[in-house]
Each structure stands twice: as C-alpha cells, then as structure tokens.
Write a protein that binds this ligand. Sequence first.
Ligand code: ADP
Ligand code: ZN
Length: 352
Amino acid sequence: MTVTKRIEVNAGKPYSVKIGKGLLDKTGEEAKALGLDGKALIISDDNVAALYIEKVSASLKEAGFEVFSFVIPHGEGSKSAENLIAILEFAAENSFSRTDTFFALGGGVVGDLCGFAASVYMRGANFVQLPTTLLAAVDSSVGGKTAIDLQAGKNLAGAFYQPKFVLCDTDTFDTLPDEEFSNGMAEVIKYGMFCDGEFLDILTENNTDIESIIARCVQIKAKVVEADEFDKGERMFLNFGHTVAHAVENLSSYTTPHGSAVAIGMAVITKAAIAMGKCENEALEILIELLKKYKLPFECPYGVDEVFEVTLKDKKNAHGKITLVIPTGKGESVLQKCDYNELKEIITLGLK
Ligand code: ADP
Ligand code: ZN
C-alpha cells in the first residue's frame, strides 16, 4: 500500500499538494477542512467528466457543498476566451460569490482555463486543482500559472493565481492513454536533467512508485516557484528544453504533443551543450536512455532555419535576448542569456 505524500508550497498563501490513491473521494473532506463551503463549480472536459465527475460531485455533496458542473470539449482548443466567458457567465447566473470555489478536474487544459476563470471571477474566487494527467500533476497544477490561448499564440492571457490545495489521485492514471503518460514523463525527466542527477538514476530503475516520482517533481517545482513566484529568474530553469519544444510544436501545427516536443527540445539543447564543450557526454547518454524507455522522441524533424525563424516569431521571445537553460552535466544546468546570433549557433550545433 502506498502512503499519500504531502508537499507544502510557500507561494501566495501556502498550500499543500497531496498525491496518492483514491484522493478524489476526499475532495469534499479536504475542502471543508480548509474552511471552504457554499457552492462548488467543477470544471472538467468531456473525457474526464465521463470517468470522474460523479466521484468528485458525490464527495463535495457529502461535505455539504451545493455542486454545479461545467464540461468543455477535450483538447487545447478549449483554452479559449469563449470558454472563459462562458464559465464566468455560468458562475454569475448561478449566483456564485467570491467565497465559493472552482474545482479544476482534468489535465493542463482544464487546470489553466479553470484557474484563470477563478482568478478573474469577482476579482478572485477560491480555486482547487484536481490533476488527472501526469503532466498536470508534475507541472501545470503546481505554481499558480493559469492562462487561455489567444489567436496570436498559446497562453498569452493569464494570471498568477495559486490554488487553495492540490489533490492528485493517482488512480486516475489507470485510464490515462499511454501517450499522455509518456508526455508527462518528458516533464518528469526535465526535472532530473536540470537539477537532480540522483533522480535520473532513480528513473532508470523500474521499481519506483508513481507517487514518489510525482512527489519529487512537485518538491523541485515548489522550491523553484517559492524562489521566483512571478517568473523573473529562477523559474526559467523550468523551461529546460522548451525553447526548441515551442518551435517544434508550432512547426507541427500543434500536432506534436507538448511532452514529445519537450523531449526533442531537451535532446537538442543537450547535444548543443556538449558540442560547445559545456557539458559531459554522460548527461546526453542518460537522457536518451530515459527518452527511449518512456517511448519519447529525440530526433528533431525540422531544420535549423525553420526552428530559428519560428523561435524569433514566438511572442514571448520578442525582446532581443533569450534565456536558455544549458545543461552542464548529469542533473546540472545554468541559465545563459543569448542574442539571436548565439541562439542560431546553439540550434545549429544541437541539430547536427
Ligand atoms: P495536459 O494535461 O497534457 O496538458 P489535457 O488537459 O489536454 O493535457 O489532457 C490530455 C487528454 O487526456 C485530454 O484528451 C483529456 O480529456 C484526457 N484525460 C485527462 N485525464 C485523463 C484520465 N485520467 N483518463 C483518461 N483521459 C484523460
Ligand atoms: Zn512544459
């Protein structure tokens, strides 16, 4: 039997992340214990709602909440301004107040949209994250970044808004498609690569439970977020592999999943770091071993010119300098600011 793991995050008002089996059944109990009551709005997508919304709803009712739900279609297209407004209107029509609570039940799409809706509803309603994908569990549900996509690009409107608590029920991974699990593993490997060599060794073994793996990632993310809640420095380490990843996602018209793109991005930047003489070969060896193990790609299907051009067009890079996370060894990295010429050189070396 695995024990529920608990990690405290000291960002905004401190909150806890619990990871374990069967936790969705405890949603109501947890919320009540924190002093939440009144109305609950569960936001979920059609896939996840069909599997788990009843469980969450029953638990919240049991704890005395008046429960409402709003289900969006699955997929990135739902992180839209239309859905944001629809949720806000729905909450208002049902007389939600600021002391009521929005529950995000699903992956990153649901978490980002629901969190942003909670942050602006009456200037901030309560918000709870119930991640059901590995990617959301280790990454988007912790740290308080919420967003929707605009026509001009992904995540361009959003807010820093921390949840009241996060409950990650690992039983929900039983229904998660293998490809989605692999995607989450790319972000897991990322944590090892930028700061935790011992974790990389653990990941090469086969006997580690998923709760411990998630807990280690959340611990790392919590530390990084605590040091830099508003993304001005330290938090940039979380972007390891992401500069090239964003280009790959874009060039594939978003048909390459985020995790696969991050896997390719990590391989490219690690190869470049080795070619520049900044990193030990060992880092690339273990990275490739892990990417193979978790069925993730590592060859970039695009050329230097197109990757470079798309990176320049990325709205978030539009200020002359880009900060890259450069691996310096197994589980070690540094931040490096580079101009566009340096960036092109690095991409060229990584794609050789
Ligand atoms: P991510 O968490 O990777 O950002 P999404 O929120 O888009 O991505 O979720 C990925 C896909 O997995 C969606 O189609 C979603 O409906 C589905 N999904 C999420 N959680 C589960 C689950 N526990 N079981 C089955 N399908 C799930
Ligand atoms: Zn990512």
